[in-house]
Design a protein around this ligand. Structure first.
Ligand code: ARG
Length: 466
């Protein structure tokens, strides 16, 4: 039996789509969240149609009011989404046409191709803003923990081997820098999104006298001086998915940063390190081992980066080799974007919660950083100041380290009488190098972990994040 013909495009068909085809091709189950942007786009388009005389002012008013009512119903959960109408665009247009006869004119000089491109660009501008707010809140939580750490020092690591002493605050502030670059990236994505595709039609614009600049201005696609930003090639306007990839990339990089921080926190909270206690509220227990407290929130954060990278890869692959212009493959560009957005927001909120409840373990940090070997490089610097070339100094200190290891004596407790035999520049004051506070205080250059410098950096962040 022939199915009912499709209401919006069914004119040239003698039968409607199979049920399986409807299930396969509908997108309203996931693109209905574009409703606020779709309504905004339609309202601006109607205003433009009235502005150029393609519809009357009365028709425009009725359309715009009808759209407001529909959006209101949607936000109250009172709107019935119909999968047989495929997507958010046709659901809203159909519902509007049933109520407002003039809405039959709304799709004049418009295609779902420029419509969905516009909806998504409006979505991206909003989403970048939302992510930015959460990046700032995560930064504030990082800053608060860094400030609570005071002058506490820990070993900094390379190759996950103890390397040189650093302030906990300095280590945490490294992530402030990363998240700040993420903010810059999302701002750049919002700027990329800020071009209006509407008026590009299906791919070749329209024969009708539309005013694309008017629509762009209505929707806030303007530059810093208020001049409209209109996509300059109608084919590019409907086929371009660069901003999707840019957004997914920015999100993937946030995921990568959070996965590294999560891993640091997981290590630090293990008994082996014990630098930090994570809040109970973001940990779980074991169903078998009663003593366990597992850093699950951090592990999930670490894992999320895989998903965010996957979404980026999905979009790159989806777009690769697609001929111009719109192809239905592109409908599947939305789930990875919404997922990246949701998971990035959620991850940043969880991170802020974890950091806010975390406590630095002062005693364990002090014990770990007391290892004098962490200051072996400072001893080489001491020799450099005595005129020894660095390569030679490095070698000399290597011999001192070897002596300490072979005799089972901490580096700073080797007898001077023995040490000075290794090199005459190792004078009686050689051992002062191992005074941790003194060593820290000497690292005052820009970006170094000396206490004055770290305090200065934290003050900069406090001002920036106020
Ligand atoms: N739901 C579609 C999408 O998301 C809208 C555009 C459909 N255009 C078309 N010619 N079938 O891509």
């Amino acid at each position: 039996m022939a199915k009912k013909k499709q209401a919006t495009w069914g004119g040239r068909f003698s039968a409607g789509p199979a049920d399986l085809m409807l299930t396969f091709s509908e997108s309203v189950s996931f693109d209905q969240r574009l409703a606020p942007f779709d309504v905004a786009g339609s309202k601006a388009h109607a205003a433009m149609l009235a502005h150029v005389g393609l519809i009357t002012a009365r028709e425009c008013k009725a359309i715009r009011r009808g759209l407001d009512v529909i959006l209101e119903e949607i936000s109250r959960g009172k709107f019935t989404w119909r999968p047989e109408l495929e997507d958010v665009h046709m659901n809203i247009e159909q519902a509007l046409t049933e109520r407002v006869p003039a809405a039959a004119k709304l799709h004049t000089a418009r295609s779902r191709n420029d419509q969905v491109a516009t909806d998504m660009r409006l979505f991206f501008k909003h989403a970048c803003d939302e992510v930015d707010g959460r990046l700032v809140r995560a930064q504030r939580a990082l800053l608060a923990l860094a400030e609570a750490a005071g002058d506490t020092m820990i070993p900094g690591y390379t190759h996950l081997q103890r390397a040189q002493p650093v302030q906990v605050a300095h280590h945490l502030a490294a992530y402030l820098e990363m998240l700040e670059r993420d903010r810059t990236r999302f701002a750049a994505v919002a700027d990329s999104a800020n071009w209006c595709p509407l008026g590009a039609g299906a791919l070749a614009g329209s024969t009708l006298p539309i005013d694309r600049e008017f629509t762009a201005r209505e929707l806030g696609f303007v530059d810093h001086r208020g001049r409209p930003r209109v996509a300059q090639n109608s084919m590019d306007a409907v086929a371009d998915r660069d901003v999707f990839i840019e957004f997914a990339h920015a999100a993937a990089l946030v995921g990568t940063h959070l996965s590294r921080l999560a891993e640091d926190l997981i290590l630090w909270s293990s008994s082996e390190f014990n630098f930090i206690s994570l809040p109970d509220a973001f940990c779980t227990g074991s169903s078998l081992m009663p003593q366990k407290k597992n850093p699950d929130a951090c592990e999930i954060l670490r894992g999320k980066s895989a998903r965010l990278q996957g979404n980026l890869n999905t979009l790159l692959t989806l777009t690769k080799g697609l001929p111009l212009t719109y192809n239905r493959d592109l409908q599947d560009d939305k789930p990875p974007i919404f997922d990246s957005f949701d998971q990035t927001c959620l991850s940043l909120e969880v991170l802020a919660g974890v950091l806010t409840g975390a406590k630095i373990n002062l005693v364990a940090c002090a014990e770990a950083v007391a290892d004098p070997a962490l200051l072996a490089t400072d001893l080489a610097d001491y020799l450099v100041e005595a005129g020894v070339p660095f390569r030679e100094a490095h070698h000399v200190v290597g011999a001192v380290v070897k002596m300490a290891e072979e005799s089972g004596t901490p580096l700073d407790q080797l007898p001077h009488a023995e040490v000075k035999k290794i090199h005459p520049a190792l004078k009686a004051d050689w051992v002062e190098v191992f005074d941790l506070r003194r060593a820290a205080a000497r690292r005052q250059g820009t970006g170094m972990p000396g206490p004055r410098q770290v305090r200065k950096q934290l003050a900069r962040w406090r001002k920036r994040l106020a």
